[in-house]
Design a protein around this ligand. Sequence first.
Ligand SMILES: Cc1cc2nc3c(=O)[nH]c(=O)nc-3n(C[C@H](O)[C@H](O)[C@H](O)COP(=O)(O)O)c2cc1C
Length: 208
Amino acid sequence: MAKVLLLNGSPHANGCTATALKEMLPVFEAEGIETELIHVGNQDIRGCISCQSCMKTGKCVFNDLVNEVAPKFEAADGLIVGSPVYYASPNGTILSFMDRLFYSTHFSKHMKVGATVVSARRGGNTATFDVLNKYFTISGMLIASSTSWHQVHGFTAEDVKKDLEGLQTMRNLARNMSFMIKAFADAKEKNGLPEVERGAFTSFPDGK
Ligand SMILES: Cc1cc2nc3c(=O)[nH]c(=O)nc-3n(C[C@H](O)[C@H](O)[C@H](O)COP(=O)(O)O)c2cc1C
């Protein structure tokens, strides 16, 4: 059975971001896709220290939720990252989590489906959206889209429940993501994954 992981970067288990993410769960269920909603934002997640230990071990030197989620991510077909907007950016906890999750894991993320969902009271949504989508595009993942910006507006969960277009966008996102996951599974079975070239690691303009 296909599986989607949903990360709630907010410290609030039942806040605005959670309300947006939870709007997608019945859609995935109806599509026959398993889900797991993981609360990241209430954890003490420190930032990456660039120790490069993960290059040898394939896991983060800090043995916390990042290492717990890593095998789940490997097994999942899709990843949705949800974040409240803090000063027009993702919140610090989810950024630290995503840096460490993506840097420390070396399994193929090729053709997994990614999506970002953001929650703001007023603004900074699209800047936040851009930052989080970049984890997917640098990893060979495909990004699901919807009928509008993947955002809800509110200061409380009750506000978000009144953002009918925001919630509709979440449901459509879950439908599109389900379609992509199923279509990619068929395509992988029929054609395999596209070839990936590796080896070049250019850090300077002269290639040295
Ligand atoms: C430190 C901090 C910074 C914030 N910065 C912004 C901001 O730049 N733009 C905005 O619209 N809301 C901002 N907010 C409000 C939250 O993004 C907004 O209320 C969000 O919907 C809360 O989601 P949650 O209930 O899932 O935590 C900020 C909140 C905090 C705590």
